[in-house]
Design a protein around this ligand. Structure first.
Ligand code: SF4
Length: 351
């Protein structure tokens, strides 16, 4: 199955393109106090190392907005300023060098305040994401639809798009996130039918890493397989590095990106003679620095392993205190259990 992506308008966040023919961009958000510059930079650098392509930071006050100047000087990826409630924080962030602004129409206030933000974004030639969240839809819209349905979110977003378009501003990214998977999917499908602005996909308040990754993947995969989505954030209650890892895992799985190793490992069964959970973790850790796309298998028996994982570029099939290294289903080396990981790395590095 080949995914045909919807054609969207390209926009630039710093040097990173979202939409158009650009690959789907993986982004995350810091969980530090932005005004704690040192800790924020440290977290962004960890995210850069994990492959994060754009970072968003919360701007809850003027000190955080001013901190953007120093943060920008010490990181490599573009920064998005996340603004709620106070339009002056958007203006200050734009002046401080934000590469993009995210505003929530439900809480930014009256039209003239939004127009001020539009004017500044035009002056500095940066894009704006209009990010509607189910939990913070404008009062009038919510009154009309009674609860935060997909239709209510789309109505809130449409109203805001009209305002931007009437101000001749089209440097936009859109999002309509909810906690509920099907509401989110319905809202994005609706928006993608009517607009060609690039879409930022995500699920809000998705949960702890394991549950959150499953819930986010369910929603995002339903959209991505229909060709919808230009940038993703897998929101998790946990280390943001996991958001980036989950993002690439999802895109790799759908063939939408090729980034870093894909680890194939069997679930184990009564034939397994080795601690495969530990062995797989060791392989994963050893491959963490690799950014090239490579499929590596870790299988629990020598009889079935190489054949079952034929699609892997390289693999280990472990037996009792020994194992084999294989490539594309063919055994290339036998070795003792303790030498399996280093032998695998040697073969990968030689390739
Ligand atoms: Fe069981 Fe071997 Fe299959 Fe793993 S590869 S699940 S150990 S049969």
């Amino acid at each position: 199955m080949k995914i045909i992506r919807h054609k969207t308008l390209p926009i630039l966040v710093g040097k990173v393109q979202i939409g158009g023919n650009a690959p789907i961009v993986v982004q995350s958000m810091t969980k530090t106090k932005t005004e704690d510059v040192k800790t924020t930079i440290k977290q962004i650098r960890q995210l850069e190392k994990a492959g994060c392509e754009i970072i968003r930071v919360a701007i809850p006050n003027q000190t955080a907005a001013q901190a953007l100047k120093t943060i920008k000087q010490q990181i490599k990826i573009p920064v998005i300023a996340d603004i709620h409630f106070d339009y002056r924080l958007a203006l200050a962030s734009i002046k401080a060098g934000a590469d993009k602004i995210r505003i929530n129409p439900g809480n930014i206030g009256t039209t003239w305040k939004i127009k001020e933000i539009i004017r500044a974004a035009k002056d500095y030639k940066i894009p704006i994401r209009i990010g509607v969240n189910a939990g913070s839809i404008e009062k009038e819209v919510l009154q009309k639809y009674q609860y935060p349905s997909a239709r209510a979110m789309v109505a809130s977003l449409t109203k805001m798009i009209d305002l931007f378009e009437n101000s001749n501003f089209s440097n936009l990214v859109l999002s309509v996130k909810a906690f509920d998977v099907l509401t989110t999917v319905e809202a994005y499908q609706n928006i993608s039918k009517h607009y060609s602005y690039p879409l930022h996909l995500g699920l809000t308040e998705a949960g702890l890493p394991f549950e959150g990754a499953i819930r986010s993947t369910t929603a995002l995969a339903l959209l991505l397989t229909k060709g919808i989505g230009d940038t993703i954030r897998v929101s998790l209650t946990g280390d943001p590095v996991l958001e980036v890892i989950a993002g690439y895992e999802l895109l790799n799985s759908l063939g939408l990106r090729e980034y870093g190793p894909i680890i194939i490992s069997c679930p184990t069964c009564g034939r397994c003679e080795v601690n495969l959970f530990k062995l797989t973790q060791r392989v994963k850790k050893a491959l963490a620095k690799y950014k090239n796309p490579i499929k590596v298998a870790v299988m629990g028996c020598m009889v079935n392993g190489p054949g079952e994982a034929r699609s892997a570029d390289y693999g280990i099939a472990a037996g009792k205190r020994s194992g084999v290294i294989f490539s594309k289903g063919k055994v290339i080396k036998k070795c003792s259990e303790e030498d399996l990981v280093s032998a695998l790395l040697t073969e990968i590095n030689l390739s």
